[in-house]
Design a protein around this ligand. Structure first.
Ligand code: PMP
Length: 528
């Protein structure tokens, strides 16, 4: 049945129009490996090389035969998809395999507990919620200690064994009355008021500039791009963004944001006022290789400093491996290549093998709050189908002693060399090729001063990368996109089965782009 409403464009029509503007609103009807098949104007299927790979969800390609076979097997066997509140041995197996990998790559023998989710942003939000649950309990314990101290101090003052000295009253900016009991009352009231004001403040997050951690209400505040984040800032706790090239800024930000609660205790016959550090930061969340921010690998120095400051603050370090993880970097965790030692890890995208939608948050046992499991849940998370497919994906990745990781590194190096060759030929057009393994970015020089009016306008409007994407699709049958936060950088995230011929096709495509930009042929770029 075709309803009349189906004739209209109701599913995100504005986005479709934007894509249409640069020739990207094509329909794909079949997908296999690194190939998507689009329908042309005559309804014929045309193969397109997919270098986007589902925003990094297809480390094993579209419809990997083993994953498809497993999916069919699960459905044929009527394996329960939804059996919430029961034993989930396969989820446990996924967690066990992930623990083996964590122990091998992240230099720890500590178990990590697993909380499942349905999407990347949801896994990040589970991490954030758990971290906040932990912080709030630490704050409550501190508060309880301060209340107990206050009671004991009151007893000492009332019993005449201690009094509040003038310097404490002065520090609290309260007048010194003649009566010691009144002095205590005023000091205690001021301490309580100041502590209440501190406790009412929301927590903060630390995250690098350029970071992307999702677009849900909480996670979007960890996403640096202002246009995504700022309109929604009143909905959730805020982040402090650390410049990537200045690891020393982490400690400076931590110092600047330092807060404390006041504590009244007794030493000898004097009441003493002390400052107790308040855990302000809920978590430090980072991507070992920034994806959406334009493919920026973090340095070992940056993550070492992040670890050091987190340890000093007692705040958890969260590695968001949603895009960089699952083997794309040449190791299962990209963080392992730079010595990252996280307390939490998030995974999604390729975990579902390109078919299921699943995600997981791993949390170090020594930081884990088991009660969280009774507070946080989702109907679809940890479902039987997705989790069992995730297990198959992990088995494929771990097979042959990590052959997939070696292949990602080797294919990535080859692809990178091909892109570097293009840059060497057109250094005035291609600014930089960067990334690790099969997570690469090619950045074009800014074209906002181009002699071609079309190119200039596209560049000024932030659409040059999309126009390049349209050109590559139209003329070279290559599907590739810029990132939302780095509009001149095209992101390449193909599967490990990338062939030499496919690499040549991409490089040829970029050569074509360079020729067009070199000739300032705006009409050719936009297909006019
Ligand atoms: N974190 C990172 C590092 C990501 O790359 C993404 C998605 N691009 C997300 C979180 C959010 O994942 P999702 O789109 O599945 O919510």
């Amino acid at each position: 049945m075709t309803s009349s409403a189906a004739q209209q464009d109701l599913a995100e029509p504005h986005l479709r129009q934007v894509l249409a503007g640069v020739g990207l609103d094509v329909e794909y009807v079949r997908a296999e490996g690194n190939t998507l098949h689009r329908l042309d104007e005559n309804g014929r299927s045309v193969p397109v090389l997919d270098m986007m790979g589902g925003f990094g969800s297809l480390i094993l390609g579209h419809h990997h035969p083993r994953i498809v076979a497993r999916a069919k097997e699960l459905l044929d066997a009527r394996v329960p998809v939804h059996a919430q509140f029961s034993r989930h041995p396969y989820a446990n197996e996924v967690a066990a395999v992930l623990n083996d990998i964590v122990h091998r790559e992240l230099g720890t023998t500590e178990p990590y507990h697993a909380i499942f989710a349905n999407s990347g942003a949801e896994a990040v939000e589970a991490a954030v919620k758990h971290a906040e649950f932990d912080r709030v309990q630490k704050v409550s314990a501190l508060e309880a200690e301060i209340v107990a101290h206050l009671e004991r101090t009151w007893e000492a003052v009332r019993g005449g064994t201690a009094r509040v000295p003038g310097d404490v009253l002065a520090a609290l900016e309260v007048d010194a009355p003649a009566d010691p009991l009144a002095g205590f009352d005023r000091a205690a009231a001021e301490v309580q008021a100041r502590n209440a004001a501190e406790l009412a403040r929301p927590p903060l997050f630390l995250t690098p500039e350029g970071s992307f951690h999702g677009k849900l209400v909480g996670s979007v505040q960890l996403t640096h791009n202002e246009s995504f984040r700022v309109p929604f800032r009143s909905l959730a706790a805020q982040s402090r963004f650390v410049p990537l090239d200045d690891p020393g800024a982490i400690v400076k930000i931590a110092e600047r944001e330092r807060r404390h609660l006041l504590d009244l205790t007794v030493t000898g016959d004097r009441v003493v006022l002390t400052e107790r550090p308040l855990p302000v930061f809920c978590a430090f969340v980072l991507e070992p290789i920034q994806g959406e921010g334009g493919i920026h690998p973090l340095t070992a120095e940056f993550v070492r400093e992040a670890r050091r400051v987190c340890d000093a603050l007692g705040c958890p370090l969260v590695a968001d491996e949603i895009q960089s993880g699952m083997g794309r970097s040449g190791a299962f965790f990209a963080g392992s290549l730079i010595g990252l030692r996280p307390d939490y890890v998030t995974l999604a995208k390729s975990l579902g093998g390109g078919i299921a939608k699943t995600a997981v948050t791993l949390i170090r046992a020594s930081r884990y709050r088991p009660e969280f499991e009774l507070l946080h849940s989702s109907t679809f998370a940890k479902d039987g189908f997705s989790t069992q497919l995730a297990l198959t994906v992990l088995q494929l990745l771990e097979a042959d002693d990590g052959a997939v990781y070696r292949r990602a590194a080797e294919r990535g190096a080859r692809l990178r060399a091909a892109l570097e060759a293009v840059r060497t030929e057109y250094p005035e057009i291609v600014r930089e090729v960067r990334g690790t393994g099969l997570m690469l970015g090619l950045e074009f020089h800014d074209q906002s001063a181009a002699t071609s009016a079309e190119i200039r306008e596209l560049a000024t409007a932030g659409f040059l990368g999309y126009a390049v994407a349209g050109y590559l699709l139209r003329e070279h049958r290559v599907r590739i996109f810029p990132t939302g936060s780095a509009v001149n950088t095209l992101r390449l995230e193909p599967s490990v089965d990338l062939t030499d011929a496919e690499i040549d096709q991409v490089a040829e495509g970029f050569r074509g782009v360079c020729r067009v930009l070199h000739a300032q042929d705006g009409r050719r770029l936009v297909g006019a």
